[in-house]
Design a protein around this ligand. Structure first.
Ligand SMILES: Nc1nc2c(ncn2[C@@H]2O[C@H](COP(=O)(O)OP(=O)(O)OP(=O)(O)O)[C@@H](O)[C@H]2O)c(=O)[nH]1
Ligand SMILES: [Mg+2]
Ligand SMILES: [Zn+2]
Length: 279
């Protein structure tokens, strides 16, 4: 039979097939460390085989991710460089990104308009408030294997709880979390929805963005959908879009067709890649 791993606890895996749930261990020749939440598997009395993966994230440990909800909020103040890194991460790994603005109950219209404007040619942007019960738009987007990511305290766990209608994830304020220390290992779990599964992840640092160092500087702009149609106007095909000389991207920024925020963060990311910096 075929199933999906939705939870892993020491040697025991929770596997779902349609409506049935099984608690299984893995066959001796399968390394348990090589089986992840999100894996599709074949099983009999035990897990026999892990089926080929679409992708594998190490932090959080999650396989076959289809969609990443990048959560931002008015507080904490959004870090758009982080948002852009996550977008690149998605495009490199074949994951569909969606930007989710949470806490719209306390958001200024300015922020909402600004995000819509800067990201309209990049990806879908949806607005929710886990507090006001306004999350229908997000519920409709849960298809395949999905997870939430974003800075600590943007409300990821609150959103999962609101969507599930029960308190399964721990919600807290930042100060308490810092005091508790970093050693709390949290298990990743996929929660079942109509058309897919959703996992919660803790804090933005969970997303391992060091992969960016494996991108070549001249590759970076290929992961910017909003730059795409302007690239053909660059005089040189190797253009890194840093110099004013006949660069289609810089023209696009000048004409207001490319967001200057996206462009200035692109330059920062490019510098980090050039320096081979880890982040
Ligand atoms: N005003 C408002 N506050 C919210 C909303 N959603 C969450 N919060 C508050 O934001 C704070 C942080 O929420 P969490 O759900 O713990 O945030 P998180 O993103 O899971 O944080 P980490 O687990 O540390 O990554 C809590 O005090 C929540 O009550 C919302 O829609 N509106
Ligand atoms: Mg949380
Ligand atoms: Zn250029």
């Amino acid at each position: 039979m075929e199933g999906l791993i939705v939870k892993k606890n020491a040697n025991l895996f929770t596997v779902i097939t349609g409506d049935e749930t099984y608690f299984l261990s893995a066959r001796g020749n399968l390394k348990k460390d090589g089986i992840y939440v999100g894996d599709k598997i074949e099983f009999s009395e035990r897990i026999d085989k892990v089926l080929p993966r679409k992708n594998l994230l190490i932090r959080p440990p999650l396989a076959n991710l289809d969609k990443l909800f990048i959560v931002i909020a008015p507080v904490p103040k959004p870090d758009f460089l982080l948002v852009d890194k996550m977008l690149v991460y998605c495009y490199v790994n074949g994951i569909e990104p969606i930007i989710v603005i949470n806490k719209t109950d306390i958001a200024e219209k300015e922020l909402l308009d600004e995000v819509q404007k800067d990201y309209k040619n990049v990806t879908k942007v949806i607005q929710v408030s886990s507090k006001n019960g306004d999350y229908e738009s997000l519920l409709n987007e849960i298809e395949g294997i999905c997870t939430l990511a974003g800075q600590s305290a943007v409300g990821k766990s609150s959103i999962v709880n609101a969507l599930l209608g029960k308190e399964v994830c721990e919600v807290g304020d930042l100060s308490k979390k810092v005091m508790r220390g970093k050693q709390t290992t949290r298990l990743v779990e996929l929660y079942k929805f109509d058309k897919g599964f959703l996992a919660d992840t803790a804090g933005f640092s969970m997303l391992d963005l060091s992969f960016v160092t494996s991108i070549l500087p001249r590759e970076l702009s290929t992961y910017y959908p909003d730059f795409l149609k302007f690239r053909s106007f660059c005089k040189f095909s190797s253009c890194l879009h840093q110099k004013r000389d006949k660069c289609g991207i810089i023209e696009g920024v000048k004409n207001g067709e490319i967001s200057s925020l996206r462009y200035s963060n692109y330059l920062k990311l490019l510098e980090q890649i050039k320096e081979g910096q880890k982040f």
